[in-house]
Design a binder for this molecule. Sequence first.
Ligand code: NAD
Length: 337
Amino acid sequence: MKKYKVGIVGCGQICKVRHAPEYAENPNTELMGFYDMNPDRAKELAKQYHCQAFDSLEALLTAGPDLVSVCSANTDHARSAIAALEHGCDVLCEKPMAVTLADCEAMLEAAHRTGRRLLIGHNQRLTPAHQEARRLIREGAIGKLLTFHTTFGHGGPESWTGVKDPWFFHRGAAVLGAAADLGIHKIDLINYLTDDLIVEGEAKLLTLDKKLPDGSPIQVDDNAIFLLRTQGGALGVAHASWTFYGQEDNSTVLYGTQGILKLYTDPDYSVILEHADGQVEKFAVGKITTNEEQQAGIRSSTGVIDEFVAAVTEKRPSCLDVDQVIHAMRVVLKAAQ
Ligand SMILES: NC(=O)c1ccc[n+]([C@@H]2O[C@H](COP(=O)([O-])OP(=O)(O)OC[C@H]3O[C@@H](n4cnc5c(N)ncnc54)[C@H](O)[C@@H]3O)[C@@H](O)[C@H]2O)c1
């Protein structure tokens, strides 16, 4: 089979620890080039992966990649993804897919109009524990879902990017803080796990602790708490935080009429099913890779790139398709207004 030629836009952390190495390991893809508005970053990766560094998005797209990953700052996602779709590429765009509802809808429209694939990098959907949890919920293990708590918190993007004052802290490049960076992962996850759909949301977004170098508060939220309601009637809370200055928390607990499902609450058992009659089942289905581990070079494939390539090759729907993921974006962006 002919290998797909891959171009990557944005050569920062997520490109380095996830996209570039996972394409390099995929037998059906070949990296052809990188573009970053910081040319040195593109050059460094082009050297490492023996391909070309481009000095503009247009130059990269004109060189004819089949697949494009968008790994740039949040406010650039819509522009780069739409341009790549219009050049006939299939696109994998990092989350949050965009920062305004209009941009999200324009990306969806561009994918439909061009007939190309647009997948969003919601890796949480693919972790073994979340796959197992989805299976258990579908089998009726907890009965009807009534309430849920879901959390994603760590020490903030400055530890992840290694930059003291990252663009994540600035309204111009990020628009939203923890709400869109981490909250989107978990709100989307609830839709996926439950086959239900969050249809109502309200949120409180605050900047509690993070400071810019001049001592003023960062320009976006460092904590967001969402109160959510699903179509099926369940009520839940999602907490997204950049101020968990200890162990990362990536847990979700779902409470149903027949039991409780606990995900990533225990270091050894990533899925714990507590039946209403008191029986407890524990499943060791893998840990979730933390930011600290990824930064230290401890990598485990997220499966996101393999899923993208397989969905394009097999022309089959994917759980990362934009049509599915856009629901959570609509809730987050509306609640965060
Ligand atoms: N799926 C996940 O779990 C996950 C994890 C981390 C980051 N992300 C997402 O990945 C994206 C990148 O995050 P990161 O952590 O790699 O940040 P980063 O700051 O390390 O890298 C971003 C890179 O994009 C470049 N860039 C910014 N705007 C650009 C533009 N207009 N054109 C070209 N290049 C541009 C920057 O120069 C930088 O090199 C973000 O949207 C972030 O939310 C997703």
